[in-house]
Design a protein around this ligand. Structure first.
Ligand SMILES: Nc1ncnc2c1ncn2[C@@H]1O[C@H](COP(=O)(O)OP(=O)(O)OP(=O)(O)O)[C@@H](O)[C@H]1O
Ligand SMILES: [Mg+2]
Length: 273
């Protein structure tokens, strides 16, 4: 379970109202894409879900329990840039979360615990397609590889909720398409609920189960500070995508293919399934 409930949340910075009266329930294992004009408060909203910022009013609950007032292992985050640490190798970056939870001050693991964490990190590095790059530093990786690393770094803590702030926005279209395939597979294979901010509507409709738009209803210059943005659209993707129900033929697709009512004859027969 990993249901998020946002209840009548407001966020103000001094005199500026950024978000007003935002209410949203995100089902367990949903993939919500958050869109809206620049400056309308999407990152602020995500930071509140992370626990980095507190709402001025209103509540945020994860599985019915108020979010703690600081980021925790149950919420992972990937930003557009700077999610990974430049002075740590790929393996070091992925291990970091485990080391920090094992020992808050020394950030080291020892003996069998270290060996098992390394094994887990290597598996995850393979999952995101970075095998062979374990000893490289982020500066030696392409942008796409750095974002794969950032995903692995967030996933090793097995978060209930994965928060993504334009994580693929800086990537070339071809690389972005590859990482979309990876993202979809990870969402199908884990138990995570995902909330992703994006500027790219195509990306939103490619990945999400639901697209939520934030907007200021009153946006004249003299109104900008007095009125915040709120949810103006909430679109469920059709046909519905269901976490864990990837196509049996192609795990990055939404399946089951059989429900489309026709057979693809370019696929090898799999026998009785
Ligand atoms: N720590 C802060 N202190 C004061 N104002 C802030 C703070 N963080 C954000 N803001 C203001 O809140 C508003 C929303 O910012 P936010 O970064 O959440 O927008 P956004 O929707 O993510 O924009 P973009 O699409 O450009 O990333 C902006 O006007 C910004 O100046
Ligand atoms: Mg932002």
């Amino acid at each position: 379970m990993s249901e998020l409930r946002i209840e009548k949340v407001w966020k103000e910075y001094g005199d500026q109202i950024v978000l007003e009266d935002v209410s949203l329930t995100v089902d367990s294992r949903a993939f919500v894409a958050l869109v809206g004009p620049s400056g309308c408060g999407k990152s602020t909203f995500l930071r509140m879900l992370l626990g980095q910022e507190q709402p001025t009013r209103g509540n945020i609950l994860l599985d019915g329990v108020a979010l703690p007032s600081e980021p925790g292992a149950d919420r992972g985050v990937v930003f557009q840039r700077y999610s990974v640490f430049p002075h740590l190798t790929v393996l070091g970056n992925v291990l970091l979360g485990k080391e920090l939870t094992a020992s808050r001050y020394k950030a080291r693991l020892f003996g069998a615990a270290r060996r098992s964490a390394i094994e887990e990190a290597r598996q995850l590095i393979a999952e995101v397609g970075l095998t062979g790059a374990e000893d490289k530093y982020p500066a030696q990786l392409s942008g796409g590889m750095q974002q794969r690393l950032a995903l692995a770094q967030a996933l090793i803590m097995r978060p209930k909720v994965l928060l993504l702030d334009e994580p693929f926005g800086a990537l070339d279209p071809g690389i972005r398409a590859e990482i979309h395939t990876l993202m979809k597979r990870l969402w199908h294979e884990t138990q995570m609920t995902v909330v992703m901010v994006t500027h790219d509507m195509r990306e939103a409709f490619t990945l999400a189960t639901r697209v939520v738009a934030f907007e200021r209803r009153r946006d004249r210059p003299e109104e900008k500070e007095r009125y915040g943005a709120t949810i103006t659209k909430d679109i469920a993707i059709w046909p519905p995508r269901i976490a864990g129900a990837a196509s049996i033929f192609s795990p990055d697709r939404d399946g089951p293919v059989a429900s489309l009512g026709h057979r693809r004859d370019d696929l090898a027969p799999l026998g009785d399934i």
